[in-house]
Write a protein that binds this ligand. Sequence first.
Ligand code: 9MJ
Length: 693
Amino acid sequence: MSPARPGDPDGNMHGDERARAAWLRERIEAANHRYYVLDDPDIPDIEYDRLVRELEAIEAAWPELATADSPTRRVGAEPLKAFAEVVHQVPMLSLNNAFSEAEVAAFDRRVREGLGREDAVVEYAVEPKFDGLAVSLVYRDGEFVQGATRGDGYRGEDVGANLRAIRAIPMRLATDAPPAWLEVRGEVIMLRRDFERLNAEARERGEKTFVNPRNAAAGSLRQLDPRITARRRLSFFAYGIGRIEGTTPPATHAGVMDWLADMRLPVSGERASVFGVDGLLDYFRRLGERRAGLPFDIDGAVYKVNRLADQDALGFVARAPRFAIAHKYPAQEELTLVEAIDVQVGRTGALTPVARLRPVFVGGVTVTNATLHNQDEIERKDVRVGDTVIVRRAGDVIPEVVGVLFDRRPLRDLVEPLHPPYRLPATCPECGAPVIRLDGEAAARCANGLACPAQRKQAILHFASRRAMDIEGLGEKLVEQLVDQGLVHTPADLYRLDAATLAGLERMAEKSAANLVAAIDASRGRELARFIHALGIRNVGEQTAKDLARHFGALDALMAADIEALIEVPEVGPVVAESLRAFFAEPHNRDVIEQLRAAGAWVDGEARVARAGGLAGRTFVLTGTLPGMSRDQARARIEAEGGKVSGAVSKKTDYVVAGEEAGSKLAKARELGITILDEASLLDLLDQGERHA
Ligand code: 9MJ
């Protein structure tokens, strides 16, 4: 664009620039909304950057064209000295909580009684309860002019400069008829992926990490330097309105939410309207099922009487509305005490420190143990016996200690530590062998291999597991007894067990002993890939086992292969090749394999030469969620065409198939210049493969 100069002959003071700047602001805000609110960008990043630079250039050349709500003004230049105080014109009250269905039923009864419609079925607007920080946003004539924290409900802190840095928050409402005054209320949160990224970066720099997204959001919003807030990537969801002037809002809460959404304010896509207690509880259950898969943390559902006139009629008790309630899920985080730190030895000898906890109800179960991962993690978190810690159990994930409350560490520990920093033992707690930690590995390992009973038990459990030899009924308690009583030293010993011996074990009746012998028997003759996987070779997982079986066909061929022959297998690199070589070089392992051969544990296949045409010789990596098929289905179709599916992107990868929420693999593929396919292009390729084959 050629900049017109002020005072152009048409008397229109750089009207072109004014119009262009207004257009750019609108376009940038619209792009922000698509990107940060709808998660569905409509222009590439590079185009977005171009638009911002153009607007910056216009505003620099004609400062009088710069407006306060310009997207170029999102990040202030100077840190604040302190936050100013903001008085809420309509108090920001909190919600009462319900922890049971009975409490929800009581809430609904109070609502019906309060409305004098005891027999009615009330309509409720329902939404997730975000676990973040409540804030208030003020728009005057459509322009964002003030933002504040909830504070004590009556007075909050002016964090407007920081809220401007949140790109999900529009600086101008998208409407031709903005209200003279509109106060929007909602929650500032941090998405889980942004939280993980923030912590990963902090870890890399050796800095303190945040214990959860809520704390990260709070710490980021209450920064005096908005530039820090801007880097933290906060999100926002609106859930209500405060003071409003100059327009009549819709008559229902659901209507208000739609109205806010139309003006480009982010509102939850999980919101709904339901009727009566049954509707509330049904929503609670369905949201609970989706909870673990949501991109953000929620701690419950919020129910609000839908009609605003009914809300007004119900009013408030004490400091909470009578027309709304928060129905909470069991907490995923709790405080408890570390009573001891023990060490578990895994299949590969890795020592995992485990915190023994004072029992605590969290995530819907009583938790008594939580993993501490490894020595580095313990040091980073400085967890010690006697500490009060935050324990987290989310979904089916194993419970974890997320952090220590240092101010609760017994005071004398600070003067003369009762419990020094924890260190993993130098010898294996199971067999007394030395513990070694290799360079570049997080785990310390017992060096005793299968001579260590703990590793032996894990090796046998792995051998019998569902995706390996699939021996039904051979569980932990049983393997423990079999190893401790010296009945089983290696997987080969399993095939020599008889029902009479087994029936002598604890909790083993004659029938279950016979069933187990039958299950062991049934596992003879498994295909080679399962057998290779079952051997539990370091770095050789299920997929690598399949690759090896397909490539070599027979176990003897695999055992005879040297490093050069091994790395000829696509996807097998030097590390895996070395693991294989070391495993098969070990006389004990060769001996066990011979015994398993005698027991008929596996059958060899044929070295499969991928059929010509099709996708033979092509390696695919799948990432993200595809719209029309599961990953297993995609894998099956690719393999059916002779292609290979690998877990990691490398120079050997031919195609990366990317669906929604594709992450680092997609980035790596771009970096390496690998062809990226969406589902439709994959299907095209498969079709071509079929036709050529
Ligand atoms: C949260 N935290 O998600 C309210 N909230 O309504 C929702 N909080 C609320 N609504 C009135 N969804 C006061 C607080």
